[in-house]
Ligand binder design. Structure first.
Ligand code: NAD
Ligand code: AKB
Length: 313
């Protein structure tokens, strides 16, 4: 069996740090190359190789893939929903061209596997609000959602036409304590923990009753690895899989935090991100992922809240 050598692009980001560390535990430190446009994250330093890389520079990316004998790529570099609405052209350009560069190189170099995350942001105001199914009306209203939906079809196209084994998950909002989120609408659910501990108060940019699909990072990392390890013939979806774990509102997470920090207060001052949140479903039906590769989440809101506070403290 050929030895796997993995390249993580966007390794210094919220998911990248934890996914790189998890992949290093599986494949060995030396066999997982972390890369990013920005400097190496402190948590990765000393744990394995790091290269500075711009995914938009296809030639340099190709050189690295050949030079390092890469067999798998995890592409995490992207502009998320809130930042994307401030700079739609940049978001479209990075999210699309970055993916196409990776898919082209994967085809040319016959890489074993590619991972590329999509998002619940593919869904729009016309999608079902509750238990949004795998296949349904999908009319995204953010540039981020449009880029993710187009990306899903590129993944499917490269799989069907060229046999590139690219796999994908539509992550919900991810909550983590190791590295900070990078400009999304669900970022409030991370910020709230930091502010609760530091200030005993949080000014929330969403309304108190805004329910959104969410997931704690350990579940997201496990989902990613389980999907990537699943036998190819079990996968019926080659666009991107719905996965689900939690659905809560700012009011509900604040109430849960108050059980640990009784003097915590919250104020709601919704901004432009409210419109983005209102366009997304409140919860997701992930039965196809459960059937195909046996996905099931482990963390509920009380367990996640307790762990977040304990680790951040
Ligand atoms: P992030 O913003 O925290 O990290 C992205 C990383 O990519 C950053 O470290 C950034 O420096 C790097 N990057 C940006 N431009 C680059 C370039 N040109 N070349 C190389 N690196 C570049 O994002 P994240 O939250 O870790 O998200 C990773 C992926 O998961 C994205 O595709 C995102 O859309 C998707 N996703 C994230 C969430 C979430 O809640 N975090 C939810 C759904 C989907
Ligand atoms: C965002 O809010 O943009 C991300 C996502 C759900 O894709 N966290």
């Amino acid at each position: 069996m050929t030895k796997e050598k993995v390249l993580v692009i966007g390794a210094s980001g919220q998911i990248g740090v934890e996914l790189t560390l998890a992949l290093r535990r599986i494949y060995g430190n030396a066999n997982v190359v972390a890369s990013d446009l920005r400097e190496e994250n402190e948590l990765l330093k000393g744990s394995g190789p790091y290269v500075s890389l711009d995914v938009m520079n296809k030639e340099m990316l190709h050189v690295q893939v050949i030079r390092q004998n890469i067999t798998q790529i995890y592409l995490l570099a992207a502009i998320l929903s809130a930042t994307g609405e401030k700079n739609p052209n940049l978001a479209w350009h990075l999210n699309m061209q970055g993916l196409l560069n990776v898919l082209d190189i994967a085809r040319e170099e016959k890489l074993h596997k590619v991972y590329w995350p999509s998002s619940i942001a593919v869904f729009g105001p016309t999608s079902p609000r509750k238990d949004c199914p795998q296949r349904t009306i999908i009319e995204p209203s953010t540039v981020y959602g449009i880029s993710k939906y187009a990306g899903e079809f590129w993944c499917n196209y490269f799989f069907q036409r060229y046999g590139v084994d690219v796999r994908s998950i539509r992550y919900p909002g991810l909550i983590s304590y190791k590295s900070a989120p990078g400009g999304g609408t669900t970022d409030y659910a991370v910020e709230i923990f930091h502010e609760a501990l530091d200030e005993r108060h949080y000014d929330c940019f969403l309304k108190e009753d805004t329910y959104l699909p969410m997931m704690y990072m350990p579940d997201a990392i496990r989902a990613t690895i389980e999907l990537m390890e699943a036998p190819a013939d079990k996968l019926s979806v080659r666009t991107s899989y719905n996965v689900s774990a939690l659905s809560f509102s700012p009011n509900e997470i604040a109430t849960e935090i108050k059980k640990h920090i009784p003097d915590f207060t919250i104020r709601y001052t919704p901004d432009y991100r409210q419109k983005i949140a209102d366009s997304w479903p409140q919860s997701i039906d992930d039965s196809v992922a459960r059937d195909d590769w046996n996905w099931h989440p482990e963390y509920d809101l009380p367990r996640m809240t307790a762990e977040m506070l304990e680790n951040l403290e």
